[in-house]
Design a binder for this molecule. Structure first.
Ligand code: DAH
Length: 345
């Protein structure tokens, strides 16, 4: 009996020393293990004089230990769980990592803007191929072999000139395709944006650049329609205050032909370095489709007339976004494209 009391005392004194699950489990072995203190006392019941009292006392000891053990174990496990929850908690207030959104290339922006404008005026977007035949790019536009107008549009020939395939030097070539593809030979109203190629290379000329071409064919189409259309176009793109001027010019596939100038948007026509002190900037070539071109593409030139116009998209982008060197447009430097991130166009 005294032994039990001793162990009870020992148990009480040890209770405060248990700091973690590991020492608690070790304590369990020491008390409840096969050779543990309580098991030893259990064996001593045989020699006890009052077995009943001994048994009861031993029970008290065992219960005291088990109660302590269960309670402590639960507490340790709870605090471990809490710690784990804390360390694994997701902080939902933490701002997420930004996904980098790509931005549209300035040439895409400007092309889409021009397309939208013409689509709103009832035009369709028509795209022709960049590899063209000599016939479509030149001959059917009234530029036969040996014509001096070819000099300004020297381009890249795919095999040799005998093969007659080249990288198109102007989007005007799409006019030919559109007219020939239109089996009814009826009215047409199209814009053709796309890449063109020439043997050029400096700050304002690139061996590849973009143009947009317009073609309207119908009965009773006149120069007045051309003027009205282009005036509207220039004002919409460059601002309502823009003045537009038409100068007589020459293109083999139009007759009469004009060049279109707009009042300089940098100095408002006063004269500056951009407009070379003239107050005007040349932006478009245009004219009434030459009857011979209409006939070559299968149209009855007595019944139908047409007007056409063409302009360089890169030039507009350079003006609009202040791009000093055309080569940056085609350089594929991601820093350049980033400049146009979310820019209002
Ligand atoms: N294709 C001409 C060029 O690249 C531009 C042009 C002029 C287009 C007059 C036209 C036009 O449609 O009528 O220089």
């Amino acid at each position: 009996m005294d032994k039990i009391k001793e162990v009870l005392k020992l148990l009480e004194s040890e209770k405060n020393t248990i700091q973690d699950l590991k020492s608690l489990e070790e304590m369990k072995v020491r008390y409840m293990g096969k050779k543990g203190l309580i098991s030893e006392l259990q064996a001593g019941i045989k020699e006890a004089s009052d077995k009943k009292a001994y048994g009861m006392e031993l029970n008290t000891l065992r219960n005291s230990f088990l109660e302590f053990y269960e309670e402590k174990k639960q507490a340790f496990e709870n605090s471990l769980l809490e710690e784990k929850l804390k360390s694994e908690a997701i902080d939902i207030t933490l701002p997420g990592r930004k996904i980098k959104k790509g931005s549209l290339h300035p040439m895409t922006l400007i092309t889409e803007q021009f397309e939208d404008l013409f689509v709103s005026m009832g035009y369709q977007v028509y795209e022709g191929p960049e590899i063209e035949s000599d016939e479509n790019c030149f001959q059917k536009l009234n530029i036969p072999k040996g014509h001096p107008a070819r000099d300004a549009q020297d381009t890249f020939y795919l095999k040799d000139e005998v093969e007659n395939y080249l990288l198109r030097s102007q989007t005007s070539t799409a006019q030919v395709r559109a007219m020939e593809e239109n089996k009814e030979k009826g009215p047409l109203r199209i814009v053709c944006p796309g890449k063109v190629y020439r043997r050029d290379e400096d700050a304002t000329h690139s061996h590849q650049f973009r143009q947009i071409e317009g073609l309207v064919i119908d009965e009773n189409v006149s120069m007045a329609d051309l003027k009205g259309t282009l005036e509207l176009f220039c004002k919409k793109v460059l601002g309502e205050k823009t003045k537009v001027r038409f100068r007589p010019s020459f293109f083999p596939f139009t007759e009469p032909s004009v060049e279109v100038d707009v009042s300089c948007f940098k100095c408002n026509g006063k004269g500056c370095n951009l407009c070379k002190q003239t107050g005007w900037i040349e932006v478009l070539g245009a004219g009434m489709v030459h009857p011979h071109v209409l006939e070559m593409c299968g149209y009855d030139s007595k019944k139908y007339q047409g007007f056409a116009f063409g302009t360089g998209l890169d030039r507009f982008a350079m003006f609009k976004y202040n791009i000093p060197d055309i080569r940056t447009i085609y350089g594929n430097d991601i820093r350049f494209i980033k400049e146009f991130d979310r820019r209002d166009v």
